[in-house]
Design a protein around this ligand. Structure first.
Ligand code: FAD
Length: 433
């Protein structure tokens, strides 16, 4: 196996496949190594796919990529134990010729994207785990060591796309372990139902989809969110909370999912379904503060391994696809210019990311994860207050409306105090800037 490549890509998820495809299409000799049985076999997502990140790689991907439904309606539900207060946005504009968001099943999509990389000329090896980076006497990364006999492979540059655990980078001393307060543990089930039942329950046509993002007391006082996404013939339902909150509260994630399934607003949507898959996975949710060094002598890091998830907008796959593509484009540019893959030259990748939405968005929300984590009232007190306010306002019981408004205002003041309310508003406004 002691062969030399232009580039080695570790991992065949969104970031790894985007990088491998871009490198191979430009004619580089690229080896991709994936520990799973096949690309996508180990990968978990909700999953909403953002089309523009795929279009930047493969403009006509819609012709044969495995896509479930295009999203025409987005709901945001804030739950207390018996109700939800929500917003819906549904638009006929999302029924466009080239829809903007799709639901997908990762095992199928990753396999398809990886095939495009193979067809472009990449060599892909599965069921092989990269253990660590190989370095020369100056510390420059010159290849990887895998869990195979004679498993040393060499390359000018290694593209690390090994996902949230990022063990290869950790073992090789180029990044730290993800802090427990910067990672969410998410659990997910697939609920199978006939297509017509899903269409009827969500008031949609055959290929149209609805996504529901869920906040509130269903996370049992921990910082986290739930989701419900419609696929063609299944519903993906999941919930994730910050790992250190799980540890502190001693709550079993599986119990949290049971609580979500039993909620009176969720149960009717999945009634009669057959559950066929259960998965658990980490999500890097520390935002910009969790981002490590992005490149060095002979290496770059992309996707979840680089902590590229915008938790505020539930985006991760697009940041992974984009960072993998941008890393590869800069490697191709260096290769074509005959320049070495030195730390100095690979900074091109960092600069390109700075100019892209990836780092711009993460920087915009840099204080949001910590602000929410330190102020649990946003996921406990406020959802309850909102539900009580809505119920009080809508119930027609002979109490005049002005009195109702005063009661609602009083309930907020009683729960948080005037200073607390102002302080909370300032905290959110600052973190959202
Ligand atoms: P991954 O997709 O995790 O891929 C990493 C790959 O590396 C895997 O194939 C793994 O097997 C391989 N690997 C790991 N270690 C090694 C090794 N040592 N050697 C060889 N191979 C290795 N994002 C969205 O945009 N929309 C959503 O709806 C959404 N929902 C989500 C719901 C859940 C429950 C979760 C967990 C995440 C969700 N995300 C979502 C985030 C999104 O899934 C990730 O941001 C995205 O998958 C990151 O892609 P990646 O390529 O960096 O990592």
């Amino acid at each position: 196996m002691a062969e030399h490549f232009d580039a080695i890509v570790v991992g065949a998820g969104m970031a790894g496949n985007a990088a491998t495809y871009t490198l191979a299409k430009a004619g580089l000799n690229v080896l991709q190594i994936e520990r799973g049985e096949y690309p996508g076999s180990k990968n978990v997502q909700g999953a909403i796919l953002y089309a523009n990140a795929v279009e930047a790689l493969i403009p006509d991907f819609r012709e044969d990529a495995p896509l479930e439904r295009h999203v025409i309606e987005q709901r945001m539900w804030i739950l207390d134990d018996r109700s939800y207060v929500g917003t819906h946005f549904r638009s006929e504009n999302f029924n466009e010729e080239k829809p903007n968001r799709y639901t997908i099943i990762r095992a199928q999509f990753d396999k398809w994207l990886n095939k495009q990389a193979k067809d472009a000329g990449a060599m892909v090896i599965c069921e092989t785990t990269v253990l660590e980076l190989l370095k020369d006497e100056t510390g420059k990364v010159i290849g990887v060591r895998c869990d195979r006999d004679n498993g040393e492979v060499y390359a000018d540059v290694v593209v690390l796309c090994d996902g949230v655990n990022a063990l290869v980078g950790q073992r090789s001393g180029i990044r730290q372990e993800v802090a427990p307060e910067h990672a969410a543990l998410a659990v997910k089930e697939m609920h199978f139902l006939p297509r017509e039942v899903i269409n009827e329950r969500f008031n949609i046509a055959d290929n149209e989809g609805v996504v529901i993002e869920i906040l509130g007391t269903v996370t049992s006082g921990m910082l986290g969110t739930g989701f419900l996404y419609t696929n063609g013939e299944s519903i993906a339902l999941g919930i994730g909370c910050i790992v250190s909150d799980f540890v502190e509260k001693k709550i079993n994630p599986a119990h949290l999912l049971e609580k979500l399934k039993a909620h009176p607003s969720i149960a009717p949507l999945i009634r009669g379904s057959e559950v066929k898959e259960y998965a658990a996975h980490l999500i890097p949710e520390g935002g910009f503060k969790g981002v490590p060094e992005l490149s060095g002598d002979g290496w770059v890091i992309c996707g979840d391994a680089a902590h590229f998830v915008n938790a505020a907008h539930r985006e991760g796959s697009n940041l992974a696809l984009t960072s993998g593509r941008i890393a590869a484009e800069n490697i191709v540019a260096l290769k074509k210019a005959g320049k070495p893959m030195s730390a100095e030259n690979l900074k091109l990748y960092n600069q390109a990311l700075e100019e892209s939405f990836v780092l711009k968005d993460l920087k915009k929300y840099k204080d949001l994860p910590d602000t929410l984590w330190r102020n649990k009232q946003f996921v406990t007190t406020y959802p309850e207050l909102l539900a009580q306010a809505a119920e009080r306002f809508l119930r027609v019981d002979g109490v005049d409306k002005l009195t109702k408004e005063k009661e609602i205002a009083r309930s907020f003041r009683k729960a948080r105090g005037v200073l607390g309310l102002v302080g909370d508003a300032v905290k959110v406004a600052r973190a959202w800037r």
